[in-house]
Design a protein around this ligand. Structure first.
Ligand code: ADP
Length: 276
């Protein structure tokens, strides 16, 4: 069973590709010792990286040979593929570092509502483009959380992007925050709800896995990398929290991110803070 995939990638360069090789090596170590899983995962990465590259290469070769005229449309689609590729590499890097608990994190007191507003600000153009109404039900006076502000923002950004992307034009996305008690602990609960297509019950247990994409989402035009929710889960767990989903096909989906309120040494220690 142990083929080449169990071997490490030789690290020869210090550039992006070199740093990816380092990451893949540490991922390979932390991945389940099950070599089938590992093989599948590496095959997924190879496939996901190769597809946009093949498009870029094909187009450029066509232009060099004079078969394709380098017009605005061609250049735009080339650019889109390049953007997709760098998004994929960034997501892979974040996810793999998070999985081995080596993300560089800066913990401080963070106001959740403020992070949501920041994510919404970045996503306004996308929401406007799709004529999606965004309703905010943000509870005022919530306790702060001990967290890395950028990573918390990334959690909300990923959840809200999905809500906007998967919901049809003219739909509605609601973002709410509240304080809730669970297991004698205070949590800030963030809900991102949409009235989109919903998620098939058969897909639901797997959507937080890397590269798992619902049937309808396989079309790469949706712009996703298949890593968004895996990153959400890792980042939430690093903060001592959890993420859950409820969804009804034809009605919509609600994602809940629970983050421990205003504590706590425990979360910080268990997530092994590294500044690298
Ligand atoms: P992707 O890049 O495919 O969006 P994600 O990890 O963000 O990857 O999501 C995994 C899958 O979960 C998606 O492919 C899609 O099938 C499903 N999904 C996520 N969010 C939603 C949503 N708000 N509505 C419907 N389906 C969703």
């Amino acid at each position: 069973e142990r083929g080449n995939f169990a071997q490490k990638v030789p690290v020869t360069s210090k550039d992006e590709v070199g740093s990816l090789a380092v990451i893949f090596n540490s991922m390979a170590e932390t991945l389940d010792n099950n070599s089938k899983l590992r093989r599948q995962f590496l095959a997924n990465i190879a496939h996901e990286l190769r597809t946009p590259l093949a498009v870029i290469q094909g187009h450029l070769e066509g232009m060099i040979d004079g078969i394709i005229e380098p017009n605005q449309k061609q250049l735009t689609s080339l650019h889109e593929e390049a953007v997709r590729l760098s998004r994929l590499i960034k997501d892979l890097k974040d996810l793999s570092l998070a999985e081995v608990r080596q993300l560089s994190l800066e913990f401080k007191a963070v106001a959740v509502n403020q992070m949501i507003e920041q994510a919404l600000y970045m996503l306004k153009p996308l929401a406007d483009e799709k004529k999606i109404t965004i309703e905010q039900n943000l509870t005022q006076g919530l306790p702060l959380i001990t967290a890395d502000a950028d990573r918390i923002c990334q959690i909300f950004y990923n959840l809200i992007t999905n809500a906007i992307r998967y919901t049809a034009t003219g739909g509605q996305v609601t973002v709410s925050t509240e304080l809730t008690k669970l297991e004698e602990q205070d949590w800030v609960k963030v809900t991102v709800a949409d009235n989109g297509p919903g998620i098939d019950a058969a897909d639901l247990p797997y959507i937080f896995d890397h590269f798992y994409r619902g049937d309808k989402s396989r079309d790469r035009k949706s712009g996703g990398t298949g890593l968004g929710l895996a990153i959400v889960r890792q980042l939430t767990e690093i903060h001592g929290g959890k993420v859950q989903v409820e969804s009804t096909v034809g009605k919509g989906s609600s994602f809940y991110a629970m983050l421990p309120a205003n504590v706590h040494e425990k979360a910080i220690i268990s997530s092994s803070v590294l500044h690298n």
